[in-house]
Design a protein around this ligand. Structure first.
Ligand SMILES: [Zn+2]
Length: 204
C-alpha cells in the first residue's frame, strides 16, 4: 500500500469500505497524515467512486487556511485533527457508519465493554479477558463539540484501544499507517457484530 499516493490509497480504501456497506451514501470520512498535510475525503461525495479531486490536501492544524473551489473537507475534519493531536504517532484516521456500531452505541453508559475475544490481540490487548472498553461520545449536530469532548476525555489509560464510538452515529479508529487503522476498524467492527448477534440470540 505504501508505494501508492495518498489519494490512490484513500480512493481504493473508500471503495472497499463502501462495498462492505460501511460508507453508504456519502457517509464516513478517511484521512492520511503526510509531510504535505492531511489528505482527507471531501464532504458530500459518494465514497464508492471518489475522484482524485475529491481527496483534498489540507493543513494539519486548524489555523492553516485552505481552498479547493466548491469542495470542502469532511465536516468531521475537527475529529480527525483532534485525534492526530492527541495521538501524534498516528498516520491515519478512519470514520465509518455501520449498522452494528449504531446498535451497540445504543447501550446505556459512557463506554462499551468489548467481549473477551482473541481478535483483541490484533488491537494490542495482550490479555483479551481484561475486557477493554471503548469510549462512547454523544452525537452532536456541531461536530466541533464532539471533537472538543474527545479532546477532554482522551487519551485515558482506561481506554487502551485506538477506537471510539459516537452514539447512534459510527466508529472512528486511528493507527500508525492506513493498513494499521484498517486492521483496527475491521477488528472493532468484528467485536460489534458479535455483540449484536449475542444480544439477538440471548433474546430468543
Ligand atoms: Zn459520521
Amino acid at each position: 500500500m505504501n508505494d501508492r499516493s495518498p489519494r490512490t490509497q484513500l480512493r481504493s480504501l473508500a471503495r472497499n469500505l463502501y462495498r462492505k456497506g460501511w460508507m453508504e451514501g456519502t457517509a464516513g470520512n478517511l484521512s492520511v497524515k503526510t509531510n504535505e498535510g492531511l489528505y482527507i475525503t471531501a464532504s458530500g461525495y459518494p465514497k464508492g467512486s471518489l475522484s482524485d479531486e475529491e481527496i483534498l490536501c489540507i493543513p494539519l492544524l486548524e489555523s492553516g487556511s485552505f481552498s479547493a473551489g466548491d469542495r470542502r473537507p469532511s465536516a468531521e475534519i475537527s475529529i480527525h485533527r483532534v485525534l492526530y493531536r492527541l495521538f501524534p504517532e498516528s498516520g491515519a484516521v478512519l470514520h465509518v457508519h455501520t449498522v452494528e456500531a449504531a446498535l451497540v452505541s445504543d447501550l446505556p453508559g459512557q463506554d462499551l465493554e468489548l467481549p473477551p475475544l482473541e481478535v483483541l490481540k490484533g488491537l494490542g490487548i495482550a490479555d483479551p479477558s481484561t475486557r477493554p472498553r471503548l469510549p462512547v461520545f454523544e452525537n452532536d449536530l456541531l461536530v466541533t463539540d464532539i471533537a472538543e469532548k474527545i479532546g477532554r476525555r482522551l487519551p485515558d489509560p482506561r481506554y487502551p484501544l485506538p477506537a471510539l464510538l459516537i452514539r447512534h452515529h459510527g466508529t472512528t479508529v486511528w493507527g500508525r499507517t492506513l493498513a494499521d487503522a484498517l486492521r483496527h476498524l475491521e477488528l472493532v467492527e468484528f467485536c460489534f457484530r458479535l455483540l449484536v448477534t449475542k444480544k439477538f440470540l440471548d433474546q430468543k
